[in-house]
Design a protein around this ligand. Structure first.
Ligand code: ATR
Length: 281
């Protein structure tokens, strides 16, 4: 008898994570006898946990805040995105017991837009990214992979935007927040990666007056699903995509690695997670 394949979301805290719901849905749908749990790893355990991952008994795991960097450092093999970003959110043990790591946040971003706004990257001259945290880095990576010729990052702390821009070369530029108005008129896509607009956080205050009507607007915040930014953009006729799909699509490669089936992000899964988010609010 082969042992049941076990995977988990790991981080600190993990209580709010919807990943068990997502993977549980796919396990059931595909009739796979596997498990996906929540494992809270305290800060004093983290290095040992990822450093000696085989001892956990897991085939692999997702990694959330604050351990994506610690996890990447513990890996024997990293994919290109995880190596360049220095952060891994998906880990698995290969046949030889080596710990492998990938960063799938950028795949989640692309999968969401490809599904909900087909053709969104046909015009790829100018992208505007608000924020410069880990989410922004993955999204800049995604935009560069789709050949955006000019990506502009705006952040409250300019230095963090500059660090990301420096990593990517001349097509990515950093700006201070107050320069946003100068660039909005050229945007093909506007992406919020800050936590502004999230339930319990300050609103994202932005004047979309100069934004072209053809520009796509998207947000990585998905609580609430329709953020103030998305509402404002939709009201003036811009195409919008909410952030929930990024969470769902980033989970696909991990599930495939651990359980051997490439799952689909379908409407029933989206509904399941949405209902859960609504119940919690
Ligand atoms: P993550 O790495 O998960 O993306 P993060 O590093 O906390 O998260 O980044 C959150 C982003 O939201 C940052 O760009 C942050 O700006 P700073 O780099 O200046 O901190 C942005 N952010 C959070 N609160 C903000 C606020 N009140 N005003 C402007 N930007 C804010």
């Amino acid at each position: 008898m082969t042992a049941r394949t076990r995977a988990a979301i790991t981080g600190w805290p993990v209580t709010q994570s919807r990943s068990p719901l997502v993977h549980g849905y796919w396990l059931k749908k595909h009739g796979i006898d596997g498990t996906y749990d929540k494992i809270a790893v305290s800060p004093d355990e983290a290095e040992a946990f990822y450093g000696n991952f085989a001892a956990s008994g897991l085939k692999g795991c997702n990694v959330t805040i604050p351990y994506k960097e610690v996890a990447a450092a513990a890996c024997d093999i990293l994919d290109e995105a995880a190596r360049e970003m220095g952060a891994a959110n998906t880990l698995w043990l290969d046949r030889d017991g080596r710990l492998c790591g990938a960063n799938t946040d950028w795949i989640g971003f692309l999968g969401n837009l490809d599904q909900r706004a087909p053709g969104w990257d046909e015009k790829h001259d100018c992208a505007i990214v608000l924020g410069a945290g880990g989410g922004a880095r993955a999204i800049v990576w995604a935009l560069c992979s789709r050949k955006f010729t000019s990506v502009h990052i705006f952040n409250r702390t300019f230095e963090k935007a500059r660090q990301i821009a420096d990593q990517f070369g001349p097509s990515v530029e950093a700006h201070s927040w107050d320069m946003l108005g100068t660039f909005l008129g050229k945007a093909d896509i506007l992406i919020n990666t800050t936590s502004l607009g999230m339930t319990g956080k300050a609103p994202l205050e932005i004047d979309l007056g100069d934004l072209p009507k053809e520009a796509l607007v998207t947000d990585i915040v998905y609580v609430p699903l329709l953020t103030g930014l998305l509402k404002q953009a939709a009201a003036r006729g811009n195409r919008t995509v909410d952030g929930l799909g990024m969470l769902l699509h980033q989970a696909v490669p991990g599930f495939e690695k651990w359980f051997g089936v490439r799952p689909q992000v379908d409407d029933a899964l989206r509904r399941l997670v949405l209902d859960d988010l609504e119940q919690a609010s």
